[in-house]
Design a protein around this ligand. Sequence first.
Ligand code: ADE
Length: 270
Amino acid sequence: MRLDVVTIFPEYLEPLNVSLVGKARARGQLDVRVHDLRAWTYDRHHTVDDTPYGGGPGMVMKPEPWGEALDEIIASGRSASDAGPWDGTSSEVADSGDADQTNLPTLVVPTPSGRPFTQELAAELATKRWLVFTPARYEGIDRRVIEEYGERTELHEVSIGDYVLAGGEAPVLVIVEAVARLLPGVLGNAQSHRDDSFAPGSMSDLLEGPVYTKPPEWRGRGIPEVLLSGHHERIARWRRDQALLRTRSHRPDLIERCDPDTLDRHDLAT
Ligand code: ADE
């Protein structure tokens, strides 16, 4: 998978060299390219923002640097035969989100006003060949940029939660990590995301319960007996009960939303 990130703080993306994502890069499973938006500015101060039309506090990111950056990055992913500026007429316009067949990237625009980032969206993004992230600072990017590229390619405006950060770089790190660990071969043990909280499957819609490792006693605290029993069915039942209890306590909304058919009669007794 290819990932491009356009930012005014390239150094903010350095964690992409570390751990799971860093290793996936080193193995050639991820091709990550971080670009400095200011490379597409031409004034002495490398200006990327300006005052908002209509007044109000803060600054808005200017459309021109974003337009040039995205045109150049998008053109870099196209074959030599059709390279060149998009002229607005070709059949490449993605009208049903099938950017992958047309050598166009899927754009991911982090914004607190976006669609909530979920495991489901992570799984959807993990099927894409090429993602381009546009983390903004200030009050966001001039709306015309989102409109322009939303008409040319698949584009998702994504929020990582109901709070406002100083910029979209931290959300990019969050989204990339969630997506990268779903790519085939990136996670050492493919089983490890099977029981994740929010993973599709038998524990879907439930939060993961507690986990334990050696030593069997630590500061006078032991391990739940059932985990030492070697009885796989009882262990599975216990894990599911713990997941249910935890979900009820931390996220009752998930229980309310879940499909009653996914609960068995033992669950109802928990
Ligand atoms: N930019 C600032 N806050 C954000 C959030 N919560 N999610 C995504 N992008 C953001």
